[in-house]
Design a binder for this molecule. Sequence first.
Ligand code: ADE
Ligand code: ZN
Length: 328
Amino acid sequence: MTFNSMPKVELHLHLEGAAPPAFIAGLAREKSIDISEIFDENGGYAYRDFEHFLRVYEAACTTLTGPEEFYRLTKAVLEESASHGVVYSETFLSPDFCGGGDLSAWRDYLAAMEMAADEAERDMGITLRGIITCIRHFGPEQAKTAAKCAAETKGRFITGFGMAGAEMVGRPGDYAYSFDMAREAGLQLTCHAGEWGGPDMVADTIRDLRVERIGHGINAIKDPALVDQMAQTGVVLEVCPGSNVFLKASGGWADHPIKPLRDAGVKVTVSTDDPPFFHTTMTDEFVNLAKTFGWDDSDLRALNETALAAAFCDEDTRAKIAKKLEAT
Ligand code: ADE
Ligand code: ZN
């Protein structure tokens, strides 16, 4: 079995952030939207740092003008993921980029994405679930709008609620109302924390938003007591090493916190975050983990098993995916 063909479970993928730059450039041409400044001379995304990345990301989203564009995007992203052996994926979806938070518009966008996901499952054997995601720097009021969309459209496809965006804006507790609303609707919860913020941000997110998973969480490593607590309680980290290295949220691969976190008993999983932005794929992530830390087949399988156990899906789906992992 090659690194590429090994089946994989990915829990942390931003749908818009997974858009190939050529796909976005093509839409921009179709719609005569001038966003040439977001591309470099090779046609890749061009940005200087994390703040600028968020602005380029939002500029790319201006080409995704309706449900049809999100249908095409979902298809393109799933095709790419499936080509790297991904059999189960969870993607962050933002009502803010799909009709600006209007519930009726959101339902139309969602129907298009769900149709694409069903077709991809039938044709490519990849299963997708959606985590509705508020954007932190859009503020707590806008987050409530996203949470309402989440609560109203929870179902087989929409299974989670989360938060992305600029981590240093406000404190986690500012968003507790939205996370409470999502939890009460029966959604499972995750939140970006400890990518840029310190261990205090991870601790406050766990305490105030009562999430079961954390996006990134790597800076927890700076507080051994917090690491112990996380190992005890079983909170799951959606670690994205390639993203962290590319954005310089951590040092290089050799001193990435995924290894000491795992060694301390914290449940870690591996994802790509926004693969074309960070020039990574799930195959690359597995290859780099094997190369850097000597992780073998059984280590990589354990990552998949931890991810599947923490997946926001129903038990029938989990059992179906487990069979795919076991078959290899
Ligand atoms: N949105 C897309 N990618 C993100 C990241 N790595 N951190 C926070 N928000 C994001
Ligand atoms: Zn992310």
